[in-house]
Design a binder for this molecule. Structure first.
Ligand SMILES: [Zn+2]
Length: 158
């Protein structure tokens, strides 16, 4: 299980909205960054959960993409969200799909319904599998897996 150790460098976390954890250099596969997804992953470095909001139909968009999946508009703005939500569904993963995840078994894979509406596929940290329940309130933390990539993950709300 991933330990919840905050980064030593407090220059970023002091202004962070949500905790930013350090996991860089662990061999975890990283996403390719483009203009249209970079703010999502870089926002995490600042402890901020951001999603695109379509400028035409106003739908929040998860996961980041070039076009709105509802109306196909290429115009969007980045919006900062609360970082709060509830567990919509979850699975306990005992077999890693990549060697880099071996030390994280069991992984609590979850669909988190954000307070703002979108459902986000993510990972739960800071709780044992038997503690997870549907509807459990969670809040975001960020796992830094590369210098320019922090992934949103969730912990039980305290
Ligand atoms: Zn749209």
């Amino acid at each position: 299980m991933v330990s919840l150790i905050k980064k030593e460098d407090t220059s970023i976390t002091e202004e962070a909205t949500h905790p930013v954890l350090e996991h860089a250099g662990s061999g975890i596969p990283t996403p390719t960054l483009f203009e249209w997804n970079r703010p999502f992953f870089e926002g995490g470095l600042q402890g901020k959960l951001r999603l695109q909001r379509c400028a035409r139909c106003k739908q929040l968009i998860y996961y980041p993409r070039m076009l709105c999946p509802r109306c196909f508009s290429p115009d969007y703005e980045w919006e900062q969200l609360s970082g709060r939500g509830t567990v919509y569904s979850f699975a306990i993963v005992w077999r890693p799909n990549h060697p880099a995840f071996t030390d994280q078994i069991p992984v609590l894979l979850a669909v988190v319904e954000l307070s703002e509406g979108p459902q986000m596929v993510s990972t739960l940290l800071g709780c044992a599998p038997e503690q997870v329940s549907i509807g459990m309130e969670v809040s975001v933390v960020f796992d830094t897996i590369a210098p320019d990539v922090a992934l949103p993950k969730f912990v039980p709300q305290t």
